[in-house]
Design a protein around this ligand. Structure first.
Ligand code: URA
Length: 254
């Protein structure tokens, strides 16, 4: 007799689990017990499906990578493409994609680095402690979160909050470029090192990049670099410099 488990495995590979007929009980070679034949037919991995580790399963079923599209018919198709993205491994491990939030016709576009733990859970950028500080910084110049658009260089949370890799940022670039094109902001605020380095193609320290006004390369859009709110939480003395950046931004938006 086949056990429940063996029957389940057989069904899984499309073999019907028949039982031995009473009139075939002599031991001729053509009449070997069904269970023996079944055992030969069932490959080891299928016989013990629950024993495969997630890594083994992933290795056996590699994700088919498809680069991000380069053009989008509409804002909705852009957001759908982000949600369905399989361009890099960040999307395999995050809880959900975090395309961005806010006014799609905003004058101010804020670009951070990538979702963290809270953003990954909520599906919205800058909602953790950094985000709360960012909201307060905006409020200080009379701007509500809903009046700006907020997004990140990468739309999926990098594991353990590591920096996004160059290739990951590159794969996500088409989404960001399409967002910038559709929003057509008056000013971009680039928060933190990863954002500034990616947007400006520079390796200079943020402390240096902060000192001058930039333009987003290839466009006429003014770009201001400022410290990341997470950095400001760790280094409150840098808030005075961030405040100067905000005041400048305020003037530009008037
Ligand atoms: N830090 C970022 O750069 N982006 C977020 O969305 C949250 C924290």
């Amino acid at each position: 007799m086949l056990t429940e488990r063996q029957q389940h495995c057989l069904r899984g590979i499309g073999i019907q689990a028949w039982s031995q007929r009473a009139d075939t009980l002599d031991n001729g070679p053509a009449n070997r017990p069904v269970v023996e034949i079944a055992r030969e037919a069932v490959p080891q991995a299928v016989e013990n499906p629950v024993d495969s580790s997630p890594q083994e399963v992933a290795a056996e079923n590699p994700v088919v990578r498809t680069p991000a599209p380069t053009s989008f018919d509409s804002w909705d198709s852009l957001i759908d493409a982000i949600h369905g993205c399989k361009a890099c491994e960040l999307g395999d491990n995050c809880t959900q994609k975090v395309p961005g939030v806010g006014d799609r016709q905003a004058d101010l576009l804020i670009i951070g680095e990538g979702p963290g733990h809270d953003e990954d859970i909520r599906g919205e950028p800058f909602v953790g402690r950094s985000g709360q500080l960012l909201d307060r910084m905006l409020a200080a110049i009379g701007i509500a979160r809903e009046q700006v658009y907020i997004t990140n260089i990468v739309k999926c949370r990098p594991p353990n909050n590591r920096d996004p890799r160059q290739d990951e940022a590159q794969q996500c670039r088409a989404y960001l470029e399409a967002q910038i094109e559709q929003i057509a902001p008056k000013v971009i605020l680039s928060v933190g090192r990863v954002s500034a380095h990616n947007l400006l193609g520079s390796n200079q320290p943020v402390g240096k990049l902060i000192q001058q006004m930039h333009k987003l390369p290839g466009t006429e859009i003014p770009l201001k670099v400022t410290y990341h709110p997470a950095y400001l939480l760790r280094n409150p003395s840098a808030k005075a410099i961030a405040w100067q950046d905000l005041k400048l931004l305020h003037q530009m938006l008037r």
